[in-house]
Design a protein around this ligand. Sequence first.
Ligand code: GLU
Length: 461
Amino acid sequence: MVVTRFPPSPTGHLHLGGARTALFNYLFAKKNGGRFILRFEDTDRERSKEEYVTSIISALEWLGLHWDEGPYFQSKRFELYQEYARRLYEEGKAYYCECSKDFLEERKKILQGHGLKPRYEGFCREKNLPPGPGRALRIKVSVDSEIVFEDLLRGKIVFPPDEVDDFIILRSDGTPTYHFAVVVDDITMGVTHVIRGDDHISNTPKQLIIYEALGVEPPKFAHIPMVLGPDGARLSKRHGARSILEYKEEGYLPQAVINYLARLGWGYGDQEYFTMEELIEKFDLSRVNLSPARFDPDKFLAINAYWLRAFSAEDIYPHLLPFISHYNLSKYPKEKQIEMVNSVRVRVKTLKELAEMIDFYFFDEVSFDESAKTKALRPELLPYLKAYMSEIEGLDFEDEKHLEAHFREFAERHSLKVKDLAQAIRVALTGKLISPPLFEVMRILGKVEVKRRLEKALQSI
Ligand code: GLU
């Protein structure tokens, strides 16, 4: 059975790059009928924050990347790491080291002074030291040939035999080092495929050595390319290294984020839009692009606009709720709110814009855009607006065609330009020059409210 994992360090929010790694692991597991695990690599107690655990979990949930197991926390698994470390020590594959920090620092300088790569020179290797205060546990590394592994995306990756020294697996305070915790976790969680950023390629040799010492077959590795900013430089805060939850707040649909993340460095012919189901069906590591992906904010926005058009208003409504929850929603039954959504979702790019376009429906008092008011609600229109108001009394407001036919006839009868009259009524009802279709607005507001708003507007001219 395929088992993948997403192991964020809770030292920051989930951003696009991390979310894409999570998505690829999720898709690969689902595609193969496997399991997807969430694990927090929080061994760095200084930098790990509960706040980030919470925000990473919310972001994954919002994206719909549901894990089958976990979340695990490395900080709660220290005993397990110690047990595995003890095993290596008892088998003579690891040894205690009493070299002091200062001494090691000095040796490092000396080696560097000779133009050599700093490495632990094995001072305590043959000392057979028992555990004791101030002693760290090092793994005995005896590599006499190159370290090789087969990356699922890149093929053979080769490291020289001296790539890895006798590195520490358990610090003198008993805490595991990063590589050791990762390997013990991946073994005990049954991880079969490690899909991660290519910044982790250089970590792989050390991890392979731990697998070998523990006598366990390593998982398969796939190192995916980085996500770069539009300018080809590392993703910065300005363009995309923002928290996924910020996109939520800006009014992106989770489906759009998933779709865009999938397209960042992965493709399926010319297909641009994918549902999660399609991604699960079509995802395949062999289609991951080996050159770094570039984040393109315009394309991201266009994909969001696409999903706002492609989904039904009913599907969009729950995602819109947080953006309109402060409106006086009890003014309209849900069906009417859905109608509002339906007519404007094709004209906006985000849920936030959508919410702004329908805000006027919920106002107790229309808030006028001053320039719209000056432009559209002109004093010379006053008598006509008054006449119009009294005539609509007898109209059927449920029938937009009827409203429109009367409106056109009225304009013609008074020799008014349809556009002038429409703009005046539009601004009176919505406060703005741009709104959903006028007769739909009238129908949804209803006769009583339309009359009330017209009256108010007339008073203000
Ligand atoms: N915790 C690591 C990170 O946040 C991931 C390590 C791994 O995938 O092996 O980058």
